[in-house]
Design a protein around this ligand. Sequence first.
Ligand SMILES: Nc1ncnc2c1ncn2[C@@H]1O[C@H](COP(=O)(O)OP(=O)(O)O)[C@@H](O)[C@H]1O
Ligand SMILES: [Mg+2]
Length: 319
Amino acid sequence: MYRKFYGLRDLPFSLTPDPRFLYFTASHREVMANLQYGIEQGKGLVVVTGEVGTGKTTLLRAIIRQFDSSVLASYVFNPGLTVAEFYEQLASDFNLGPAGSRADLLRRLGELLTTRHTNGLRTVLIVDEAQGLSRELLEEVRLLLNFETHTEKQLQIVLVGQPELRRVLNSPDLRQLKQRISLRSEVRPLQTDEVSAYIRSRLNVAGAERLDIFAPEATGLIYRFSEGIPRLVNNLCDNALLTGYALDAKRITAAIIADTAESLDLVSSLHGNEFQREKIETAKVKGRSRRKRDQRAIETAQFKVISGPVDDEEDLKTG
Ligand SMILES: Nc1ncnc2c1ncn2[C@@H]1O[C@H](COP(=O)(O)OP(=O)(O)O)[C@@H](O)[C@H]1O
Ligand SMILES: [Mg+2]
């Protein structure tokens, strides 16, 4: 709905982990390089952690997209699987035939890994949301790392999860697994000066005619509310564009962001920080008179969001 108004081809701030939109901050670049290096060099176990919404899944999708035909990958994103279900998925992703017994399956997997390794081909197991893996599955992961030659691992395993994953891997009963981690990295939130570049980059991928839709003070405020978490930045920006559209505002101002953050309940998280609250209050006062006048327009727009399925469908398509 606001696409035409802002001259956009696609929705720039969808919440799906679409790798087309990936913007490389120093942290995202480092994690990507770690993953590529670990997989290419046969490093075995690679662990990536990061807060919710920092871009872990998006990075994984980007790297899977980059794999050529020499890489065979299994992507597990449901850590609640039982051991049997886990092996069923492996058997299916690695074309091992019917799962059968665990011992039989491991034998076939071993054969596959040896053949592939001899031919210079890589085999990768990627587990997303790995902080939720059961102890039994973590033990299986450790056993799978035993497929190795004298110099290299035959199966590369990537565990990706929330910071909780670090705590899990630090527990005394998992020290054997912990010792096998060869590379670790962390996806960090956007830094204050990265938010503006991030927003412009996403606008650009969405085919924007103008990249200065968000005023500099607006991006400053977006950083404060989101604390640099990309998912929150997206949510704020998407809602702000909607409000801006309702207000007929070609430029998203700090006042619009303050308003939007309040409606998304992002303001409460800043309680206690006087400086931030003061800035937000100033931005709100500036926008207040215009807000009153345009309150009805905003309500109409919000009604459109709730009742309009069109953009949701597009979200799913990009996912
Ligand atoms: N570096 C980035 N560049 C572009 N978009 C990003 C980046 N990091 C995160 N996002 C976006 O933020 C949202 C949340 O990312 P996601 O990968 O689902 O996070 P996580 O898996 O860490 O919870 C997605 O819409 C994603 O596209
Ligand atoms: Mg994720």
